[in-house]
Design a protein around this ligand. Structure first.
Ligand code: UDX
Length: 415
């Protein structure tokens, strides 16, 4: 099938290359010339397992020109939906993409389907995207179809997740729209749910809000267990045998970060408040997460005075396997350390470049040099941190790196 993907950020790029790998003829459209050139030169603009190889293998073209979508039967909108601190999201890029598609629709022959993949608040596809598309003079359900099909890609495992999804959600304006999308996804070994547009939109937000809730819940249990002298990880193991609970996402620590969980949670809270509902559980999940990272600094203060001490950080990325530092717990931790007058040294195998844009003045060193600090904080659970020699050191662990227990002084954030 001839497919266009608007936006070559995380979701767009992965969607584009994976659909090309499945034999479709894919065109990526992005306003960012650098990204377009990178894709056309087969250079991966993001750090993602397997992406470099797949980019070299597939036939895919990228362009800044919207008219390249003209021959497509299916057009995915995968542009960003940035949010501000209070959770309000900007739908500006989604609206712009829809406007540009509408321009093309005016001159386009034949039926095509526009599918929103960007994470948006419930109602966006019906209330914003469809009216903008109809400005073309073409009518939804007759001249073109509309779907909303969210992605659940995890950074670092995005290609694997795309090819082996846990589920495929097809939000459809009408049956013809959904049938077109199904043509592409048909062979995926996953359960399918065909539903309406706004249900698909909220499934994405509710899924990420639930994952965030699981983490904050375990962090709270951890905070209680620590005071009672109980090992939270053993508690999680005992709980996880119950398949109604499940054993995944029960790792207590310094909280969740990344580009999705915090943002999607805030988006859902924002939308609930807009309609006059106070989402008490969701608000508390977020509040707990804000406080959790700072517990690592509180624990540290019991062992070392922060003023003028050298504090070493192991890990800066929001999780292992990525160079992404968006909403990483490391940000809150470094801010607190600097505020208290500590001297910060940090190591991360991938994320130094991105972190140094936020904190150009802290020292970026090798992991061995981090070990020579007055105290060490473990912020990201990179596998390589299990091979360090912590003997004689003071270690405060935010992510449960078992080897660090050999330290002279070892304290877990919530175990
Ligand atoms: C997440 C969702 O998993 C994915 O389905 C969605 O589409 C995008 O958001 P991602 O942001 O890549 O994916 O990260 P994920 O692996 O879910 O981890 C999120 C954060 O939670 C990380 O900071 C991680 O350290 C933290 N986490 C995860 C915990 O603190 N404990 C856990 O048990 C699991």
């Amino acid at each position: 099938m001839r497919i266009s993907v608007i936006g070559s950020g995380y979701v767009g790029l992965i969607t584009g290359v994976c659909l090309a790998k499945l034999g479709n003829k894919v065109t990526l459209v992005d306003i960012d010339k650098e990204k377009v050139e990178a894709v056309n030169n087969r250079i991966s603009p993001i750090c993602e397992e397997g992406l470099r190889e797949i980019l070299r293998e597939v036939s895919i073209e990228a362009s800044t020109e919207y008219q390249r979508i003209m021959g497509s039967e299916l057009i995915f909108i995968c542009v960003g939906t940035p949010s501000n601190e209070d959770g309000a999201i900007s739908l500006e890029y989604v609206a712009k993409a829809a406007e540009q598609i509408a321009e093309t629709l005016k001159r386009k022959e034949g039926y095509c389907v526009i599918c929103v993949k960007s994470t948006v608040t419930p109602g966006t596809t019906e209330e914003l995207v469809i009216p903008v598309l109809e400005k073309s003079g073409r009518r939804v359900g007759i001249d073109f179809g509309v779907c909303m099909s969210p992605e659940f890609l995890r950074e670092g495992k995005a290609i694997r997740d795309f090819m082996n999804p846990a589920r495929v959600i097809i939000g459809e304006y009408d049956k013809s729209s959904g049938d077109k999308l199904l043509d592409v996804y048909r062979d995926f070994p996953a359960p399918f749910l065909r539903t309406n547009l706004r249900t698909a939109e909220i499934i994405k937000l509710a899924s990420n809000a639930f994952l965030a809730t699981k983490i904050s819940f375990m962090n709270e249990i951890g905070n209680i267990c620590k005071q009672l002298g109980i090992d939270t990880y053993e508690v999680a193991k005992g709980m996880g045998f119950d398949d109604r609970i499940g054993s995944k996402f029960l790792n207590a620590g310094i909280g969740f970060g990344g580009s999705c969980l915090p943002k999607d949670l805030k988006m859902l809270i924002g939308r609930a408040r807009e309609i006059g509902y106070e989402p008490a559980v969701l608000e508390e999940v977020l509040k707990l997460n804000e406080a959790q990272a700072l517990k690592l600094v509180e624990a540290l203060k019991k062992h070392v005075p922060l003023k003028n001490s050298v504090i070493g950080l192991l890990g800066l990325a929001f999780k292992p396997g990525t160079d992404d530092v968006r909403s990483s717990s490391a940000i809150k931790i470094v801010e607190a350390l600097l505020q208290e007058g500590a001297l910060v040294k940090a190591y991360d195998p991938l994320a130094v470049k991105n972190f140094s844009k936020l904190f150009p003045r802290i020292e970026y060193v090798t992991k061995e040099e981090v070990l020579n600090s007055d105290a060490i904080l473990i912020v990201t659970e990179w596998e390589e941190f299990n091979n360090l020699d912590y003997r004689g050191k003071i270690v405060i662990d935010g992510r449960r790196v078992l080897k660090a227990k050999e330290a002279r002084i070892y304290e877990g954030v919530c175990w």
